[in-house]
Structures are given as structure tokens and as C-alpha cells.
Design a protein around this ligand. Structure first.
Ligand code: NAD
Length: 300
């Protein structure tokens, strides 16, 4: 069997088109969705992500802005920037790019964000809303992107056994929150595996859907899968490859070549989940802008 490829490039384009249409509808009512990304320090990977976020938000018709602060920025200075953005009605979504320099506690910063502008979905209010199924909360973009890929490819999660590998607050845990909700895209039976799980393959072999978010290449191989399983690879790992121009290439957490022989559907890396994260960020931002309009105005 050769698995069908789940094309994150195509699905993310569809979402960005939908977001652009919603931005145009808001613009007609005089509202331009504003997304502000705050980047502290000069981490090279973060700088690339932030540039892409700004570029794609502008392309969708938003006011995309990046505030760049030096690595020496104190926590108080960063919190003052967050306070200013919280109070600015032209800013609908705020994202503080992680990781932050050592002198700043990320949880303190996340808690300072106004929950209705926390389009990354990491504020405890949004974490809680997603867990209890309140639709006006913001789900973190990567797990929301995975859920959307499954839906777009007709993978019904209802009654299926999903094994998530990884228990981080940004991927593993919110992924479980989304998949256990009643209704479309949910209704799954979820197992979360992590670094202390003995015999990972005992679990993965019983999974209809495997979602890997570990950060270690080759964590899932074809012999660990049930035939016909759907495999979602969230991992992004840079490995040395002297055959490429840059001397490195990106791989996921799944051994793609062996897994594709057993799986029925699989995401490639790159070109799978990674493409979805920014698209879902834009979607959260346009919804934040829509939710900022008083109900009477929307009805009118
Ligand atoms: P993390 O380091 O916070 O968490 C990794 C998780 O893997 C931990 O919960 C740990 O318990 C688990 N783990 C480690 N070794 C394991 C093992 N041997 N068996 C089972 N579980 C094990 O990482 P994260 O932030 O959740 O990211 C995971 C991966 O996803 C990384 O490669 C990251 O780059 C990638 N990622 C991609 C996107 C995207 O946009 N596609 C977004 C976020 C993260």
C-alpha cells in the first residue's frame, strides 16, 4: 500500500483564501483586522516564522505588524508593550513569539494577554474554553490545523482511536482537547503517549490515527502502525544532509518511507502540518476582529 499524501499546502491555501474573503467583508464595514507579532531577541528560526506571519497576514488583507525588541528587554518592558497592544482597538490579535530570552517568564507574558486577543490560544482562559468546548475561545493553531487536515481529507474521527505522541501545551495536550469534544472533528477516543510511556509501539499499533509531536526523527516507523492507519507528522527537525545545498534538510518525527507503506494517509514534512499553523493563526485573527464588532453592528 502507498499512502495518500495529505497536502497541507493546498488546504492552507484554501483557508487563507477564506480568511481573505472574511477580511474583505470586514473592510467593507470599515474594520481592518490587525495582527501584531512581538519578537524579542534575534533567534534566527523565530525571525523566519515572524516574517512569514507578517507577510501572509498582509496578503490576506490584514494590518500585519511586527514589533522587534532587543534580547536585553526586561519582563516589565515586554509586559508594558503587551498592555499597550491590549488597549489598542486597531489590534485584534497579539502573538508573542516563543522562545523568550531567559530573563522573561513566558507564562507571565501569556497571562498578561487579553484572552480575546490571544490568537495563539495559549492563555489559560482559551485553554479552558477549548477544553470545555466553548466556541468563542481560540484553539492553538497547530492542533487546530491538524484537525482541519483530517476533516478536509474525509478522516472521520468519530469513535476512532487516536494516539497522540507528545504532551506539550502547544501541541499534544490541546490536540487531545479538540479531538475529545463531541461533534464533527471530535468524538475520538484519545491516548496521549509521552517520554515516560513504556512500549510506545504497543499503543501506536492499536491506533486508527497516529499524531506525532515529539521533536525526534524516526520516532514512528512503519512496523509500529496498524495497516491503513492515518499518520499526522507534526515534527519539524533539521538534520544534516551533505547532498543538499544548505547541508541540511527538514524531516518530521515519522520515518516517512516505511510509514507510507503501511498507512492509508500521511502528511509529508515539509508540506504537511507546518503549512497549516500560520493559516490557522490568520483565521483566529479574523475571528477576533469579527468578535470585536458589537452584535448590533453585525446584525445591521
Ligand atoms: P516539546 O519538546 O514541548 O514536547 C515533546 C514531547 O515529546 C514531550 O511531551 C515528550 O514527553 C514527548 N517525547 C519525547 N521523547 C519521547 C519518546 N521517546 N516517546 C514518546 N514521547 C516522547 O515539543 P513540541 O513543542 O510539542 O513540538 C514537537 C515537535 O513538533 C517539534 O519537532 C516541533 O518543532 C514541532 N512543531 C511543529 C509545529 C508546526 O507548525 N508544524 C508547531 C509546533 C511544534
Amino acid at each position: 500500500m502507498h499512502a495518500e499524501l495529505i497536502d497541507g499546502v493546498a488546504v492552507s491555501k484554501k483557508i487563507r483564501d477564506e480568511v481573505a474573503a472574511r477580511c474583505a467583508a470586514l473592510a467593507a464595514r470599515g474594520v481592518v483586522p490587525g495582527l501584531t507579532v512581538v519578537l524579542v531577541g534575534d533567534d534566527a528560526a523565530s525571525a523566519v516564522y515572524v516574517r512569514n506571519k507578517e507577510k501572509q497576514s498582509v496578503e490576506a488583507g490584514m494590518k500585519g505588524e511586527t514589533i522587534r525588541l532587543p534580547a536585553s528587554t526586561s519582563q516589565e518592558e515586554l509586559l508594558a508593550v503587551v498592555d499597550r497592544l491590549n488597549a489598542d482597538p486597531a489590534v485584534h490579535g497579539i502573538l508573542v513569539q516563543m522562545p523568550l530570552p531567559k530573563q522573561i517568564d513566558p507564562q507571565t507574558v501569556i497571562r498578561r494577554l487579553a484572552p480575546h486577543k490571544d490568537v495563539d490560544g495559549f492563555h489559560p482562559v482559551n485553554v479552558g474554553k477549548v477544553l470545555i468546548g466553548e466556541k468563542d475561545g481560540f484553539a492553538p493553531c497547530t492542533p487546530a490545523g491538524v484537525q482541519m487536515l483530517l476533516q478536509e481529507y474525509g478522516v472521520d474521527t468519530g469513535g476512532k482511536h487516536v494516539v497522540i505522541i507528545g504532551r506539550s501545551n502547544i501541541v499534544g495536550k490541546p490536540m487531545a482537547s479538540l479531538l475529545i469534544q463531541p461533534g464533527k472533528g471530535g468524538d475520538a477516543t484519545v491516548t496521549i503517549c509521552h517520554s515516560r510511556t513504556p512500549d510506545l509501539s504497543w499503543h501506536t499499533k492499536r491506533a486508527d490515527i497516529v499524531i506525532a509531536a515529539v521533536g525526534r526523527p524516526g520516532t514512528v516507523t512503519g512496523d509500529m502502525l496498524k495497516p491503513g492507519a492515518v499518520v499526522i507528522d507534526v515534527g519539524i527537525n533539521r538534520i544534516a544532509d551533505p547532498t543538499t545545498k544548505s547541508g541540511a534538510r527538514l524531516v518530521g518525527d515519522v520515518d516517512f518511507e516505511s510509514a507510507r507503506l503501511t498507512a492509508s494517509k500521511i502528511t509529508p514534512v515539509p508540506g504537511g502540518v507546518g503549512q497549516m499553523t500560520i493559516a490557522l493563526l490568520l483565521r483566529n485573527t479574523v475571528r477576533a476582529a469579527e468578535q470585536s464588532i458589537p452584535a448590533a453592528t453585525v446584525a445591521g
